[in-house]
Design a protein around this ligand. Structure first.
Ligand SMILES: Nc1ncnc2c1ncn2[C@@H]1O[C@H](COP(=O)(O)OP(=O)(O)OP(=O)(O)O)[C@@H](O)[C@H]1O
Ligand SMILES: [Mg+2]
Length: 427
């Protein structure tokens, strides 16, 4: 533990893990003012800039690899951010935060949440960054209320989750917008929330990303859109949205940039975290329906028809299920393929297509109860063997549907591949 004297106006950049205790004076950090005796934490591998609002003394306890350094007011964004957030009307507000990766979206979300809370508002945060979700597991969008000041979004735990099936939004961005919309409505209707802040993913460059974010603005009608800009990466988006009430803020100068590998490690650990300690359960698929694939929906085709299909495509077909003009067939092949047949289409699922897929176990309202890993489906018995966490086991009664995800995990619960073939098969 070390004691530091800060002059009024002085800034300090702290890299966690660290705990800061105010001994005298007043310290500002992410929208909060900490007075004598108050403390806050900086999480591991995260940086936070603090400001002494008057001559102050602080005690800092630094953990492994923690670090502190002086920060200069010219290069820091602390005042600009504070000033523009102070001007926002937070009553009945919905605020979207846009920006590339590592530009401070999560930090700005915390700042606004704290300020709204300190103004006496009821506040909710939606973390819609499905790859780097701070509040819920990867592949989800999370909603939660904030009851007391925080320094990092990570300190919150999700109250409502929606499963998005994958960690990259490129192919499924329409679902992301719908899910955010559903959570916004839930927060307003069930909790009468004043201020909702939505932290988004970092996909903002390129025509489609711009279309996605513009569509999000169109569908959600936010009161404010805040774009964090590092260089020119947000120019197209800013131009596209210029008719709306958009606020552009600078990114922190020395924000930590995580490598792709680092992000992947972060996510890989993520799945283990939500499955350990593991339990293997057998789900009755007649009670817990597969939500997004019409398999085992009491729609198995007759034996003769199955035999006919087998001859037609010269493949062994073990099971086949009819859905409108489609037949879903589990076949003796390793290839996914969709074939034309008289009066419709044959959707071929390779045997063991399901092995290792991440699944979302959902309640009657479509909210996620917990994640699982699908091991095997026993079609004859209408059962699925799923790995879930012991904690989830007690809540399995609430589970009404199983949504198949696009991520296949290996036996160490790490991402092995993304199975985007499934998208074309979904209903
Ligand atoms: N003023 C600052 N100076 C330096 N680093 C900062 C500052 N504010 C935040 N950081 C650090 O920069 C990193 C990125 O910030 P943050 O997580 O808020 O960004 P993000 O846009 O949400 O990133 P991601 O794309 O990973 O979700 C974090 O490690 C954060 O602790
Ligand atoms: Mg973030």
């Amino acid at each position: 533990m070390e004691t530091y004297k800060l002059e009024g106006g002085q800034l300090m950049r702290i890299e966690g893990p660290a705990k800061v205790l105010v001994r005298s004076g007043r310290i500002y950090a992410v929208g909060n003012i900490y007075t004598v005796g108050k403390a806050f934490t900086v999480l591991r591998a995260r940086k936070l800039v603090i400001k002494a609002l008057e001559d102050s003394v602080i005690e800092i306890t630094l953990g492994d690899n923690a670090n502190i350094e002086p920060a200069s007011p010219e290069e820091e964004v602390i005042d600009v951010w504070e000033e523009s957030v102070s001007k926002l009307r937070l009553e009945n507000s919905l605020i979207l935060i846009f920006g590339a990766m590592d530009v401070g979206k999560s930090t700005l979300t915390v700042l606004i949440a704290n300020k709204a809370l300190n103004d006496g508002r009821s506040v909710a945060v939606i973390d819609a960054d499905v790859g780097q979700n701070d509040v819920g597991p990867p592949t989800t969008i999370a909603l939660t209320r904030i009851k007391s000041p925080i320094t990092h979004l990570r300190q919150l735990s999700a109250e409502k989750l929606i499963f998005i099936q994958t960690t990259s939004v490129e192919r499924i961005w329409d679902r992301v917008i719908k899910a955010i919309h559903k959570l916004v409505n839930y927060a307003r209707e069930s909790w009468s929330i004043d201020t909702i802040i939505v932290n988004t993913d970092g996909w903002i460059s390129g025509d489609e990303a711009v279309r996605y974010k513009a569509q999000m603005v169109e569908e959600l009608s936010p009161t404010h859109v805040i774009i964090l800009r590092r260089e020119s990466e947000t120019n197209k988006l800013i131009e596209e949205l210029k008719a709306e009430s958009v606020i552009v803020l600078p990114a922190p100068f020395s924000a930590r940039v995580r490598s792709r590998e680092d992000r992947k490690i972060h996510r890989d650990m993520g799945y283990g975290r939500f499955l350990f300690p593991i339990r293997e359960v057998s789900l009755d698929l007649h009670r817990v329906r597969i939500a997004n694939l019409p398999v085992l929906w009491d729609n198995e085709v007759k034996e003769e028809f199955k035999a006919l299909l087998s001859r037609m495509v010269r493949m062994r077909i073990y099971h086949a299920y009819q859905y409108r003009d489609r037949i879903y067939a589990i076949a003796g092949t390793s290839q996914w393929s969709i074939k034309r047949i008289p009066n419709g289409f044959l959707y071929i699922l390779p045997e063991e297509w399901e092995s290792g897929l991440l699944v979302g176990l959902e309640d009657a309202d479509g909210f996620l109860v917990g994640l699982g890993m699908l091991k095997k489906i026993y079609y004859d018995r209408g059962k699925a063997i799923v790995i879930i966490s012991e904690k989830l086991e007690q809540r399995m009664r609430a589970v009404k549907a199983m949504r198949i995800g696009f991520i296949r995990l290996n036996d160490r619960y790490e991402e092995a591949e993304k199975v985007y073939n499934l998208i074309r098969y979904e209903v």
